[in-house]
Design a protein around this ligand. Structure first.
Ligand SMILES: NC(=O)c1ccc[n+]([C@@H]2O[C@H](COP(=O)([O-])OP(=O)(O)OC[C@H]3O[C@@H](n4cnc5c(N)ncnc54)[C@H](O)[C@@H]3O)[C@@H](O)[C@H]2O)c1
Length: 337
């Protein structure tokens, strides 16, 4: 692997993945539209850090701008593409659904077209645990049906999986779709619970706790997550019949070099326990406003990560206590509070 194009390098996960690859000496080309969904200043800070590595170069552009994306791909000729840029966020998809259609459908299609034209050795793209939607059987396995998305965000990601399968089949394009589970850690997203809770606590405000706290998430520490991605980069799925696969129980397609892989911590953490860890790390109690379930949310997520472990020998393990502690340390340092 000489050079990897990562979309969304100014974003939370893309930033961490780029740092990991750059530290290994891999050249990274970043592409990000610096969208205003949350403070672009945080995105610029992330890019400034990456730009300190000689192996990093980046271009600011929207996924929807095919000419710009294609020119970058033609000029850089990456061997692999990791597509992480997207309109993320479950709740915002009720406010601004069009942003999801533009970025996640049109944008992802453009990335797939570039991957096809370049004939990359491996295309890897972000999906989400939200595709498990209304499923109630836990933990979630890649082979479970995912036919009942509860938000347009989840629906666009489910569509991405289907779109990717078609290209993997038609163009023999080795493709991995990740299903991430609630990622958190330093340089995290201001719209996500951990960031919001810590900010509110330090500003003396109350936090809103949905479903009266009766929720649980499989929280994945970002450093663990990007290590999982890194290991999967070296595991492009083989064409069934050509490489000895599929393995029974694998989420490989019967016809295409395609797979879907959960990346989670394999631990179900109740929301109130998560909040207690934040209080512990901050050394203060947080005022809580309990309210009804948000209509886009699911009550629980929990990842079965046996496939990730089988493919890479790796399983994320950072505890919420350690991870929340490191986030709070970063938050205090970044905001000087
Ligand atoms: N963070 C999580 O818990 C989580 C969970 C499941 C899935 N995901 C998925 O992982 C990926 C990365 O998420 P993240 O948490 O780093 O989000 P993020 O919002 O921090 O990063 C996404 C980046 O994409 C860029 N972007 C958005 N729309 C764009 C467009 N139309 N054109 C160009 N750039 C655009 C943004 O500027 C941002 O820097 C996303 O695909 C997201 O849906 C994240």
């Amino acid at each position: 692997m000489r050079k990897v194009l990562i979309t969304g390098t100014a974003g939370f996960i893309g930033f961490h993945l780029a740092q990991l690859l750059l530290a290994e000496g891999v050249r990274v080309v970043g592409y990000d539209g610096m969208t205003p969904y949350y403070d672009p200043a945080l995105k610029r800070r992330r890019h400034q850090i990456l730009l300190q590595s000689p192996g990093f170069r980046c271009e600011e552009g929207m996924l929807e701008d095919m000419d710009r994306l294609q020119s970058l791909c033609e000029a850089e000729q990456p061997d692999m593409i990791v597509h992480l840029a997207a309109q993320a966020g479950v709740r915002y998809s009720l406010e601004n659904p069009r942003a999801y259609v533009d970025a996640n459908l049109t944008g992802t299609f453009n990335v797939m077209e570039c991957a096809r034209m370049l004939g990359v050795g491996h295309l890897l793209m972000a999906s989400t645990s939200s595709v498990y939607g209304a499923n109630t059987e836990l933990p979630f396995r890649e082979t479970d049906k995912t036919d009942h998305p509860l938000t347009l965000y989840a629906a666009t990601k489910k569509a991405n999986e289907a779109m990717a399968h078609s290209y993997a089949h038609l163009w023999k394009l080795p493709t991995t779709m990740f299903r991430f589970f609630t990622v958190y850690g330093p340089w995290g997203r201001p719209d996500m619970a951990l960031f919001r809770f810590v900010r509110a606590a330090l500003e003396g405000e109350a936090i809103t706790v949905y479903n009266h706290g009766r929720m649980a998430r499989d929280f994945t520490y970002v450093t663990d997550l990007v290590r999982g991605i890194r290991l999967l980069l070296d595991q492009p799925p083989a064409l069934p019949g050509a490489g000895g696969e599929p393995i029974p129980g694998d989420s490989l397609s019967p016809v295409a070099p395609f797979r879907v892989v959960n990346i989670g911590n394999s631990t179900r953490v109740p929301l109130m326990e998560f909040i207690a860890e934040i209080e512990r790390a901050l050394g203060q109690d947080i005022r809580k406003d309990f309210t009804e379930m948000h209509k886009g949310d699911v009550p629980e997520t929990w990842a079965d990560c046996a496939l990730l472990e089988r493919l890479t020998g790796y399983r994320p393990q950072t505890t919420v206590r350690e991870g929340v502690g490191r986030f709070v340390e970063w938050y205090r340092d970044y905001h000087q509070v």
